[in-house]
Ligand binder design. Sequence first.
Ligand code: PMV
Length: 349
Amino acid sequence: SEKWILMVTARTPTNIAVIKYWGKRDETLILPINDSISLTLDPTHLSTTTTVSVSPTFHQDRMWLNGKEISLQGGRFQSCLREIRARAQDVQDKKKGIDIKKEDWQKLHLHIASYNNFPTAAGLASSAAGLACLVFSLAKLMNLKEDNSQLSAIARQGSGSACRSLYGGFVKWVMGKEDNGSDSLAVQLADEKHWDELVIIIAVVSARQKETSSTSGMRDTVETSALIQHRAKEVVPKRIVQMEDAIQNRDFPSFARLACTDSNQFHAVCLDTYPPIFYMNDTSHRIISCVEKWNRAEGAPQVAYTFDAGPNAVMIARNRKTAALLLQRLLYNFPPESDTDLGRVNNFI
Ligand code: PMV
């Protein structure tokens, strides 16, 4: 009987939204109520490495995350696997005696091993990198003909924000108009070289896992907040256009103002949800004050901040010099404490 194994390994960084995605119009297909824009990090930090393999000796699809087996039964994993298998192509390697026909992929089983190069428990966006990497590596293994944008529409069904990690640099997730989600996908606005002076610093305020998952948080917001309708219809469409301009022109003051106000509005929408959702804590608020004070004193923004569904601060400095000053300032204002006391900023990535 056949004994071969075929493997593909890929690495994908996470992405940080500067115009946030919050709220779905379709929960199963993961279709958002507004466009969003993000920055994909460089793969050195906060990335996922995934090896996917196929062999006729495998008897079921299995997955390991950081060495521990996890279930693939969830609807989102199943959607991704189904969508990829449906597009699989023939794969041949004469030397190894491998000859897979596209219909064989329906019966062949996969083993998937995924590692995060950052603490998964730190409450830092891990699903974005993970699902993007899973979809990309499987697409390579099964020889899909789809481009990254089309693959992003598959990754989107695993985790919304994952669709933006299929590209580096600045990426827009276009919400799309279709009910089937075919036009809800990621497009690259500018590649990673376009604005490479920017430096990202992440302050780990708390390593605890977030209390409200983004899925249930978004659902509650869409059901109970009046502010979210105003945000999605009136505010974000204008900000998307302005943010695209700021990125094209490398206009840091506009970029920073848009990123900070959009993060603040996302957290305001969380507070407008009933029952209210608190993702930021006192330390997060103190970091905002510290950055705002500095920016005001300088007369022009030097640093932008943005917070996702947790208290950790993502700061974007306009260049390396500013990043070095920012680190000094943060260490002075938030001296690192022991691992057990996470009430203060204790780590910078
Ligand atoms: O893709 P999810 O379900 O992890 O949601 C991500 C939501 C935010 O991180 C808060 C915003 C964003 O656009 O990434």
